[in-house]
Design a protein around this ligand. Structure first.
Ligand code: SF4
Length: 322
């Protein structure tokens, strides 16, 4: 049964028509162009798409690292203010690059103590206990507390980044490509760690990634983004067996298969992703879609619920599904 259906009706996090435009040389880059998503307690919502589709900007806009252009961000159905300490305690982010997201001049103790001290949590002795507890949870030793980031491997650094995000005991964690900078051999360890902690702390994840196998493994529902818009959204199992948007199909067809005898039959996606400063009219995917017709170039498709929880933005999804 869909985990989402077991949850309370009100999503823990919701965006309504969220937009983030950047002004470049007098034009607008519409990086996030009207996004509506809902994230439920304990759920993992995977967000996929090529580089430049707006998925990282969406995460950064939700947490307040980018100022939204318009739209709403709601926590438990109430419009949230990202500057408020309560928002910062409830929503945290794990960054893509464990090298640049940790201050190289701070030791691990200072990195982990800083958010606790900023929010006046505990005495110095209590903070030390909390830090050691989280370090242990991440599989790191208390003897490592006085080491600096450069003294750790990439995997250990990302564990420190995860500890920093979790030490505030958040309810929502935005995971921005948390494994893409790691060696393949340790990616699975970090993913399994995230899954364990999610269960233990009943966390909700917004999991942004371009690694489809990882997104399929960790997510309950999947959102597919293209040029700042959502083109398809469904439960993971529904999406995998019944993908309806040509872009989703092309993404999954291009996924490598771990079988030396497998012959890749995918047609791939031709052409480059268009500039978000000058997107095509009509359907934004029309310049690369093998099924585009005249109508696609003139009219933007509506994002339509084709069955419960399965949404698609394509004029021709019905004929292409046959
Ligand atoms: Fe392709 Fe047309 Fe569907 Fe866009 S609306 S994805 S161009 S078939």
């Amino acid at each position: 049964m869909n985990k989402r259906l077991k949850q309370a009706d009100i999503p823990i996090l919701e965006t309504k028509d969220l937009r983030k435009y950047f002004q470049v040389r007098g034009k607008y880059v519409k990086a996030v162009d009207g996004i509506n998503i809902e994230l439920y307690k304990g759920e993992t919502l995977g967000i996929i798409g090529e580089s430049g589709c707006g998925k990282t900007t969406l995460g950064k806009t939700i947490i307040g690292l980018h100022k939204k252009t318009s739209g709403e961000i709601l926590l438990d159905g109430i419009e949230a203010c990202q500057k408020e300490p309560s928002f910062k305690r409830r929503v945290q982010m794990i960054f893509q690059d464990p090298y640049s997201s940790l201050d190289p001049s701070w030791d691990v103790y200072k990195i982990l103590e800083e958010p606790l001290a900023a929010h006046c949590i505990g005495t110095a002795a209590e903070r030390k206990d909390i830090i050691e507890h989280f370090l242990d949870k991440m599989g790191l030793k208390a003897s490592m507390l006085r080491r600096f980031p450069h003294e750790f491997s990439g995997g250990q650094r990302q564990r420190i980044g995860i500890a920093r995000a979790l030490i505030m005991r958040p309810e929502i964690v935005i995971c921005d490509e948390p494994i893409s900078a790691l060696d393949v051999s340790i990616q699975a360890q970090v993913i399994n760690l995230l899954k364990e902690i999610q269960k233990e702390m009943n966390l909700s994840y917004l999991f942004i990634a371009h690694d489809l196998s990882m997104v399929k493994y960790i997510s309950d529902r999947i959102v597919v983004m293209y040029l700042g818009n959502i083109v398809e959204m469904a439960d993971k199992s529904e999406l995998v067996k019944n993908m309806c948007h040509p872009y989703t199909k092309a993404l999954f067809e291009a996924e490598p298969v771990a079988d030396p005898d497998h012959i890749m039959e995918h047609k791939g996606i031709s052409g480059e992703i268009p500039s978000p400063m000058n997107p095509p009219s009509g359907c934004k995917f029309c310049t690369r879609c093998p099924y585009a017709n005249e109508g696609c170039m003139q009219q933007q498709p509506e994002f339509t619920e084709i069955q419960t929880g399965h949404w698609v933005a394509c004029h021709r999804w019905k004929e292409l599904s046959v």
